[in-house]
Design a protein around this ligand. Structure first.
Ligand SMILES: Cc1cc2nc3c(=O)[nH]c(=O)nc-3n(C[C@H](O)[C@H](O)[C@H](O)COP(=O)(O)O)c2cc1C
Length: 222
């Protein structure tokens, strides 16, 4: 079982969010998962230029590290997302990455996958970020098993108390993948999204026939 983490703090090994992400992965690895942590700040990912190329061809015009992260995301069964709060939201690194996922959202590439999200903040906004990242997992078609956020002030060591909770989130993720847990509330939202995105897949049918056929085979287009 592959689980990847996509992490958006630019602070490298000093990052408190990265520590949380690492503990989630360690909790998952203990249950037998193969894990990999990707730091968006180490990558060159260009902001979406809204050229529509992805929709028209399935290919992005930007030749950068996004495709490597995306490929790992598609191959994984579990996805951990982590970002600190920057001015009440995710970091710029994370948002640039997310905007590049617009086509992946339309085509529901994380259907059947599971994820979870973590965030740290000084004072506020952690719950908003976790809820946004978990919404992204649903938006991509996957289920979220939960999240963890912590308001830590400016004490760099205060993160340490969250280790047990972060490790159990990793275990929770593996458990959900193993039993193919069903989340009825999230499925309702995902099904509504799919109904909307089916129109886009139908519109793109003539130039993206394989993806169209996949949607028909899955019963997402009648
Ligand atoms: C540019 C910037 C913006 C921030 N914005 C907020 C904010 O809006 N609210 C808040 O409580 N903390 C804010 N913080 C503090 C960080 O969220 C907090 O220190 C976090 O734990 C950093 O995570 P990291 O160690 O993973 O990089 C901000 C920090 C930076 C550098």
């Amino acid at each position: 079982m592959e689980i990847i983490a996509i992490h958006g703090s630019p602070r490298g090994s000093r990052s408190r969010t990265r520590k949380l992400v690492q503990w989630v992965l360690e909790g998952a690895a203990r249950e037998g998962a193969d894990t990999n942590l990707l730091d968006l700040a180490d990558m060159k990912i260009t902001a979406c230029s809204a050229c529509d190329s992805c929709s028209l061809t399935g290919e992005c015009i930007h030749n950068d590290d996004f495709s490597m992260v995306f490929e790992q995301m598609c191959n994984a069964e579990g996805i951990v997302l982590g970002s600190p709060v920057y001015v009440d939201h995710v970091t710029g690194q994370m948002k640039v990455f997310i905007d590049r996922l617009a086509d992946a959202i339309h085509y529901q590439v994380c259907s059947g996958k599971y994820g979870c999200s973590v965030s740290t903040t000084a004072i506020s906004g952690g719950d908003v970020v976790v809820s946004y990242l978990n919404h992204l997992i649903n938006y991509l078609g996957g289920y979220s098993v939960g999240g963890l956020s912590a308001a830590l002030g400016d004490d760099q060591a205060s993160i340490m108390k969250l280790e047990p909770e972060a490790r159990s989130l990793g275990k929770r993720l593996v458990d959900a993948i193993q039993i193919k847990e069903f989340f009825p509330d999230q499925e309702e939202i995902i099904a509504e999204n799919r109904e909307y995105f089916a129109r886009i897949v139908e519109e793109n049918r003539s130039w993206r026939p394989l993806e169209y056929e996949t949607w028909v085979d899955r019963g997402w287009i009648q």
